[in-house]
Design a protein around this ligand. Structure first.
Ligand SMILES: [Mg+2]
Length: 402
């Protein structure tokens, strides 16, 4: 509590701050069916108060029937007001590919026509394979039921076609062996789609983003297999190579500084495709291009961070789709002598099983040797974060008016 108040004070009174915030599990409680997601309207107005000091960074998408923009419209009960009043969430979606301002205008530099074309075919490539896999695991299911689950599990999104396991997990209840069977079968199936892309000349175009995962090995994300106590990975997205959240931080930082100073430090054409790959190169790019006085205090907010003791060994497997960008923000702060803030929101109170801090502490999320340290932890999930955020927005905007 005391440290929370201290952080709040610092954020209210700093000259330059920048929120970079994940969406699902942070300001929207996790749900099994993404079509039922809800967002509090008060939160949307609070984001607006932060103005240029706030960006989202999510692996979901802004546009389309499953997009966050539809949630904003539902929440405000109107499809025209959000555009007119500029209330859409500005920032990057599809893990760093899809940018929008708060008027909802989308751009996606760095993606080729051929890639877009292949992505649009992915759901129809998944469908027959889904049929076979489900028939094999659930021989008793009739076609009508299989179609029902296909509609829930295959997400036809523009930049990140996804297979989600939640609906099939419902069928197996507590049977973690069956859950594992589902995870392994669909990971194999998604890899077949990558091979198909490669055969069509898209060799360096796509990769699989598994959520949550156990980190990387040989450039591939490690699936988190289900156990009796942890449901493990719940979805696999086919993403464009380079679409990773820590490159997204560079893109957003570039935009922020351009707005503030009139000059984009990495150039105005910078996007995820020309971002350096390693963390070290990313830090070096910042140190080369950004003047210390232009660097804001960055607040990174996420809910998907994992840590799992490697069986029998003393090491830990650390992953989670928010880990890389939070670690990057923390390290960037250290390098610039700015105490950037890392906020963790415990999303276990939603419909999707996640490790709960209230029940088991940081087990499954972090460990004592983890270099990622949280400045604030919201144990009570999105609800608690949102009310903190709304209060901060008010105080910050009063401070800026002075
Ligand atoms: Mg999340």
């Amino acid at each position: 509590m005391a440290s929370n108040l201290k952080v709040q004070k610092q954020l209210i009174h700093s000259k330059n701050i920048l929120f970079i915030q994940d969406i699902d599990g942070v300001c929207i409680p996790l749900v099994k069916d993404p079509m039922t997601r809800k967002l509090e309207s008060k939160y949307i107005y609070a984001v607006k108060e932060f103005a240029e000091e706030f960006f989202v960074l999510t692996c979901g998408e802004h546009e389309g029937p499953r997009g966050v923009n539809r949630i904003i419209e539902r929440s405000l009960g109107c499809t025209t007001e959000p555009k007119k009043k500029e209330l859409y969430l500005r920032g990057l979606a599809a893990c760093g590919v899809e940018y929008q301002d708060n008027d909802g205008e989308i751009s996606f530099e760095g993606v080729s026509e051929k890639e877009l074309d292949f992505l649009s075919k992915v759901p129809s490539l998944i469908r027959p394979k889904f049929n076979l896999i489900v028939k094999n695991i659930f021989p008793e299911l009739d076609q009508e039921n299989i179609n029902f689950h296909a509609a829930k599990s295959i997400c036809q999104t523009r930049f990140s076609p996804t297979i989600n396991f939640n609906s099939l997990f419902e069928l197996v209840k507590k049977d973690s062996d069956k859950r594992k069977h589902i995870q392994i079968s669909f990971e194999k199936m998604m890899n077949e789609i990558i091979y198909k892309a490669e055969n069509e000349g898209l060799k360096n175009s796509f990769f699989l983003h598994i959520s949550p995962n156990l980190g990387n090995e040989n450039d591939r994300e490690i699936i988190k297999l289900s156990t009796k106590t942890d449901i493990g990975s719940t979805d696999i997205q086919l993403l464009i190579k380079g679409a990773v959240k820590d490159s997204g931080v560079l893109f957003l930082l570039n935009k922020f500084i351009e707005i503030k100073t009139g000059k984009a430090p990495f150039g105005s054409n910078f996007n995820f495709r020309n971002s350096p790959k390693s963390v070290r190169e990313k830090i070096d790019l910042c140190k080369r291009s950004i003047h210390k006085s232009d660097m804001p205090l960055i607040i990174g907010v996420g809910d998907t961070v994992t840590s799992k003791k490697n069986n029998g060994q003393k090491s830990y497997l650390r992953g989670g789709s928010d880990r890389s960008f939070l670690e990057f923000i923390q390290l960037l702060g250290n390098e610039f002598g700015i105490n950037n803030k890392i906020i963790f929101v415990d999303s276990s109170s939603g419909e999707v099983e996640r490790p709960s801090i209230k029940k088991t502490g940081l087990i499954g999320i972090s460990d004592i040797y983890d270099k990622l340290k949280f400045d604030i932890v919201f144990k009570n999930g999105p609800k608690e974060y949102i009310s903190w955020f709304i209060e901060l927005a008010k105080k910050r905007s009063n401070f800026k008016k002075k």
